[in-house]
Write a new protein. Structure first.
Length: 252
């Protein structure tokens, strides 16, 4: 078994028990740490595939603070904690762990949760790879030099929607042979329906800003941002004619 496990636990007795349990099952414990900082150092050094993570650690650090870092690295993690306070559980749940074990626990419960988590993680990675492959194929098809640029733009929203769900997409486009670029937008209005926009008005509870005709008469910033979520606040920096405007809104 090639699974490398990092144990992040401030109780050295519990950490030792965890190490014995998983090593007897064929896992390799690459390190044991007791703070978020030392855990990050161990991750950079040992590249674990899984982390068994206590919530309340030494130096008052929280295991939940390590979760975004683990997600960024694509490392699966399981919380192991004696605290079942509702607010703690809600905070832990929001970080999307692969499991939560309450101390004390049985060895077979730990190993079963690890086995289930590994299967779920493998499925997620496979699905992610399939989506990435689909996006690459879609983008290559959009790059076909024989396809009119209008058709390419019409097919662009669907290509991204399957991988990066969005409600509003703003883009810059500069046709070959033209000196100036133009900016347009697509708004999702149905499951696979998109409306082309020449302007966007953002309305909040205390302010209103209009992103005019979003036409560019100067330099175009070569940057992109992704904001995901069913309900989210959109914040995007857009540079047109060396002028920045801020869009704030809540799209549902």
């Amino acid at each position: 078994m090639n699974e490398r496990i990092l144990i992040v636990e401030d109780d050295f007795i519990v950490a030792g028990d965890l190490a014995s349990m998983v090593e007897n099952a064929g896992y390799h414990v690459c390190a044991t740490t007791d703070t978020v900082r030392s855990a990050k150092e161990a991750i950079e050094k040992h590249r674990p595939t899984w982390v068994l993570l206590d919530i309340f650690l030494q130096d008052d650090s929280l295991g939940t603070d390590l979760a975004p870092y683990l997600q960024e690295k694509g490392i699966g993690f399981i919380y192991i904690s004696a605290n079942t306070n509702q607010s703690v559980l809600e905070t832990a749940k929001a970080t999307q762990p692969y499991g939560f074990l309450v101390k004390p626990f049985r060895e077979k419960d730990l190993l079963l949760m690890l086995e289930i988590a590994r299967g779920k993680h493998a499925s997620i990675l496979e699905l992610s790879a399939q989506r990435e492959s689909f996006l690459q194929q879609s983008l290559w098809s959009l790059a076909d030099e024989y396809t009119p640029h209008i058709n390419k733009l019409d097919r662009t929203p669907a290509a991204f929607q399957s991988v990066i769900p969005f409600d509003l997409m703003v883009y810059n486009f500069q046709p070959y042979g033209q000196d100036e670029a133009s900016a347009e937008a697509f708004q999702r209005i149905g499951y696979s329906e998109y409306q082309a926009l020449s302007g966007v008005r953002i309305q909040t509870s205390d302010s209103s800003e209009e992103f005019g005709s979003i036409e560019n008469d100067g330099e175009v910033a070569a940057s992109a941002k992704v904001i995901q979520g069913v309900s989210f606040t959109l914040t995007a920096d857009v540079e047109f004619s060396k002028k920045k405007q801020l869009l704030n809104g809540d799209f549902r």
